[in-house]
Design a protein around this ligand. Structure first.
Ligand SMILES: [Zn+2]
Length: 198
């Protein structure tokens, strides 16, 4: 049997998405065997992120700086704004540099079932961003779920009074599809074939 410290580490790892008790035990064994090459770098990386973790006030991304690396990147087209549900969607779209603009993370999607209302999401901050001007196109990149599409409709209504081009991802997206799980080819296609809302 392992000590309580090692047991606590195993349990913490087992709660991570994509891991379970079995993978967690294997990871812990690996970390203990490879102290210099695995455990120490992981500790350093966790401490660094743990100390600096912040939510970007502009876009809602999580990073170790505010504004985040995406917002601070001068090569990005500030006139293009892509609205996503979750940080994982931002990372999925950003991973392969598919989208040359900036992002806005809502922090979820409208849901009558789960009691998520517009004021629970980053919608007022989105409207304020658009109202401030300097944005030509807003791409609504909600997931192809019922709640994602309900959210997109609501956003379209809130944004229709602004002189912007409002588009959404093409419906080559699989129904019920979550952006984070799509391969880059499908995502790129959905972005390229984006179409006006309405
Ligand atoms: Zn940001």
């Amino acid at each position: 049997m392992a000590s309580s410290e090692i047991e606590a580490l195993t349990q913490a790892l087992a709660r991570l998405p994509g891991l379970g008790p079995r993978s967690a035990r294997r990871a812990v064994l690996h970390l203990m065997k490879k102290r210099e090459t695995a455990l120490t770098p992981l500790l350093r990386a966790l401490t660094a992120v743990g100390e600096k973790l912040v939510v970007c006030a502009a876009c809602g991304n999580v990073d170790t700086a505010d504004p985040c690396a995406v917002c601070a990147d001068p090569r990005r087209d500030a006139r293009l704004l892509c609205v996503v549900e979750e940080v994982s969607d931002l990372w999925a779209l950003d991973r392969s540099r598919l989208f040359p603009g900036r992002f806005h993370v809502l922090g979820g999607r409208l849901s009558a079932l789960d009691g998520v209302r517009p004021e629970d999401l980053g919608i007022d901050t989105l409207v304020a961003r658009v109202a401030a001007g300097g944005i030509d196109e807003v791409v609504l990149a909600m997931n192809a779920t019922l709640e994602g599409q309900t959210t997109a409709h609501y956003l379209a209504e809130r944004l229709e009074r602004f002189p912007i081009r409002l588009t959404q991802l093409a419906h080559g997206l699989p129904v019920g599809g979550e952006l984070d799980y799509l391969d880059e080819g499908t995502l790129a296609q959905a972005l390229r074939a984006r179409r006006p809302v309405g």
